[in-house]
Design a protein around this ligand. Sequence first.
Ligand SMILES: *Cc1c(COP(=O)(O)O)cnc(C)c1O
Length: 233
Amino acid sequence: MSIIAENLQAVEATIEAACKAAARPRSTVELLAVSKTFPAEAVLEAVDAGQRAFGENYLQEGVDKIAAVAKARPDLALEWHFIGPIQSNKTRPIATHFDWVHTVERLKIAQRLSEQRPPERGPLNVCLQVNISGETSKSGAQPGEVLALARAVAALPNLHLRGLMAIPEPQADPQLQRQPFAQLRTLARDIVKAGIFIDTLSMGMSADMHAAMLEGATIVRVGSAIFGARHYE
Ligand SMILES: *Cc1c(COP(=O)(O)O)cnc(C)c1O
């Protein structure tokens, strides 16, 4: 078995343990394999092990990889999620090539994605990134502006608002890891109470996925635990 296949098994065990601890069915959590900086060959190994959903942060790298993987496995329908920062002049390739975007933080970006979504691809699934307590990157909408943003994005014709996403500051203590995830869950509940449909909490990475699932994550975005340590140029 390849290392990637072994790692996927270990991550699956973590997901199953967290679901058990939270008394949630396994089917309520989707594993997004974050393949940024890794080549198409690594994605194909994960595909061979049964993984179908992949996340990319860098636009050109992601678009190239989507094409390379589709060429190698034209028989398979994979799901590609854009999870990196969005520049407003680079929305068209995102709207064209991806199935999901997790990092919408402004209405302007959402409007462009909706306008540029090719109609034959169906609505683009969107999560709003929230700058929950001390988010490292400082990106994301402020919690107080998320409800209004959700209302406006939900009204756009070619987007399907799915939920909220956050990247909390790294925190070693598992108990403290849960706090920002609980805050995101509460925000999502307020949006649902306001009558806006959402069904997704995109939260939790390799180091804090267990805590995120205890607080209701429906998508965990896991990179290094599957593909190994990243080396940036
Ligand atoms: C890189 C990245 C991940 C995966 O991080 P790991 O710690 O490698 O699991 C998840 N989400 C986002 C937004 C990322 O940029």
